[in-house]
Design a protein around this ligand. Structure first.
Ligand code: SF4
Length: 159
């Protein structure tokens, strides 16, 4: 008998994150989990494990954005490693500067994380609406960082 595909509802987590953070900015601190989880798996040498099994953002693109996506092909330059490196570097710089500006104030950190998550989410949605729904995942700094970290961990192990 054909196995029924499990419904993917992980995207509700990211929608709840934004709704709760708008309601109370302290929820923005949960953004750390969103960024920490892929890194945790990557440090254990699991590559894009988080992307494949847990990511609510990827799930949102697959299940929600897919319904309104125009599905154009992404420009070739965006699919290059250089573009991914640039986006990852930009993310690290923006986040670092944002964190420095908080001066260690937890509420400001929560807001910075929320803003950072929001900007990248909106950018990801725009990409997904114009191009294929999961285009964001092809350039996502967290996904790219996961691959780079895993490669590093594996090369260290085999050295
Ligand atoms: S590439 Fe980014 S958005 Fe896509 S599933 Fe992985 S971590 Fe999530």
């Amino acid at each position: 008998m054909k196995k029924e595909k499990k419904q993917d509802l992980k995207w509700i987590v990211i929608v709840s994150f934004f709704a709760l953070s708008i309601y109370n900015i302290w929820f923005g601190l949960f953004g750390m989990l969103c960024m920490g989880a892929p890194i945790y798996h990557a440090l254990r040498g699991r590559g894009r494990h988080h992307c494949k099994h847990h990511c609510p953002r990827g799930s949102f693109m697959s299940n929600v954005v897919r319904k309104i996506s125009l599905g154009y092909r992404m420009p070739k330059f965006m699919a290059t490693k250089t573009f991914r490196h640039v986006l990852l570097s930009l993310m690290v710089v923006m986040l670092t500067l944002g964190m420095i500006h908080t001066g260690g104030d937890p509420k400001k950190i929560a807001f910075t994380l929320f803003r950072f998550m929001g900007v990248s989410f909106i950018f990801g949605i725009m990409l997904g609406v114009i191009f294929k729904s999961k285009s964001w995942c092809a350039v996502c700094p967290m996904g790219h960082a996961s691959v780079l970290i895993t490669d590093l961990v594996k090369s260290k192990k085999s050295a």
